[in-house]
Structures are given as C-alpha cells and as structure tokens.
Design a protein around this ligand. Sequence first.
Ligand code: RIB
Length: 308
Amino acid sequence: MSKPHVLVIGSANIDLVTRVPRCPKPGESIIGLSFSTVCGGKGANQAVAAARLGAETYFAGCVGDDAFGALQRETLGREGIDLSRLKTHPVESTGTAVILVAEEGQNSIVVTPSANYGITPADIQDMTPLIARMDAITIQLEIPLETVEAALRKARELGVLTILDAGPAQKVPQSIVEVAGIVSPNETEAEAMTKVRVESIEDAREAAFRLMHQGAREVVLKLGKMGALYMSANEWFHVPAYEVKPVDTVAAGDAFTAALGIAWQAGSPLEAIRFANAAGALATLKEGAQPSMPAREEVDRFIYERGR
Ligand code: RIB
C-alpha cells in the first residue's frame, strides 16, 4: 500500500514545561517539581505524529529566526518531514507555550503565537499544487483564522479531506465551521464553540448537534478519558477510550488528530476513531509533546493487545 500524503498547516512552539503537584490558584505561588524545554505546537506535533504513523508528511508554518526556530527545524527534519513550506519570520520570535503539568497528568497551557502568525492566505494560494496531491490536511487555530479559512476553502475546492482541530478554545466563525471537512474540538473547545459544558456523553452529543447546526458536515469530538463521539447528518455514535494511566496528557489530542487524518480514508469512521483513540492514549504515557507521539507499530500492537 502506498503511504498516505498528509499536510499539516499550523503552529510550531517551544514548550516550557513545569511539572507541579497541582495548578496554583490565582495569586498563589507554588514550588514546581521539574522543568523542561520541549518541541511542541499543535501543528508541529501533528506533523511528527503523522510521520511516525507512516505518512509522507509536509509541514507548513512559520518559526522565528532564533535558537527555538532552529531547534524545531532540526527536530522536524530528523522525523523526515518535508519542511519546504516552513517559513522563517524576519522579526517575530518562535512561538512558545508555557505549560503546567499537574501530577495526575492534566495540563494548563498559555500559548504566545508570535511567528506562527506569519503564515498567510497568500502562502496557502502558493501551496495549491501541494494541497491537490494530499490525502488529508490537518489544521488548528494557533495561526491566523483567515489562513485557516483559506486553507480549508482551497482543500474543499480541490476535494481534499480536512480535519479542523479546533484548539486552542475560542469562538470559531461559522464560515470556518461550514467549510471544514471534519470539525474536531475537545471538551473545552466544544464548549467555547457551542456554550455546552461537556461533562458527559449526552452533553457531547448536544454539543456535536449544535456544531452540525452551525453548518459542520462531520464532527469528531475528543473526550479524553470518555473517548470520542462522531456525528454526521445520518448517524452519531460514541467510541469509548482505552483505559490508561496518563503521565502527561499534553499533545494527546494532536496524536489523535494526526491518526484520524491517516486512518479516515482507509476504513470506516468507527475504525478511524478507534485508531485515533489508541494513538491519543499512547501519547499520554510519555512526557512532552513531540517526544510522546507514538509510532505506527506501537499503535498497531496496542490495538492488538487491547482488542477492539
Ligand atoms: O496540543 C499541545 C500543544 O499545544 C503544545 O505542544 C503547545 O505548544 C500548544 O500548541
């Protein structure tokens, strides 16, 4: 079988990660347990995941002309990712994410996009021949929304599958929801888009229903330890998560999104979501964003051992 071709359009950040016993309250100082600097960014994480899952992977984004940007280039290059569409911003510094990881693996993230805003609709126009050759495109919301919309529109014109990872949480214009192939928020992102607080499968179903009402064609809601929920005009179903003991949930959603992009056209939505659930679960078992993205063999072995 030939390798799927996947283009990821999105952010590349350096993650400044502190492990904490618990997240501090407003105004409180606490002592951290450890600190690390890791390559991250939703876009770059998804590119690493796609490459490790066996796709011919292209990454389009923008880093700064600085040490963090050089580190991202080197790390992504080592994964065999095509970086011909990764720009260098002349002025802005590479994006950063300040991340707190609490002991039970939950996280809080503050992203400063900086150079990530350097990828523009004109860049998307220039990428038309590349977009036309893709099997799937994944895109997130840490780059300008007009660029997101231009990419989704171009892919739709060319009949290429797109997955909109709707993070970080924000109100997303209807023009973007309508043109995306699959809209895929997590619980907090779904709440920002629909005002439904997602704490149960029933809530998730209601949020997905509202997204369909906003014009989404297909919705895959990422629900962490509750699994994922699929909705289209014809059906909806819930896919339970694999049970794991997470050490760090950062970028688990990115592993999920990349896996979904790779598996979507190979089988049914149910099979694709199971594969994505497995990739997401495996990503929680290692620390750090890009270092935790699983390889294809790990996901296949995990599914084989755990059963469907
Ligand atoms: O999805 C996790 C990612 O979100 C982190 O790597 C951070 O950089 C932010 O983009």
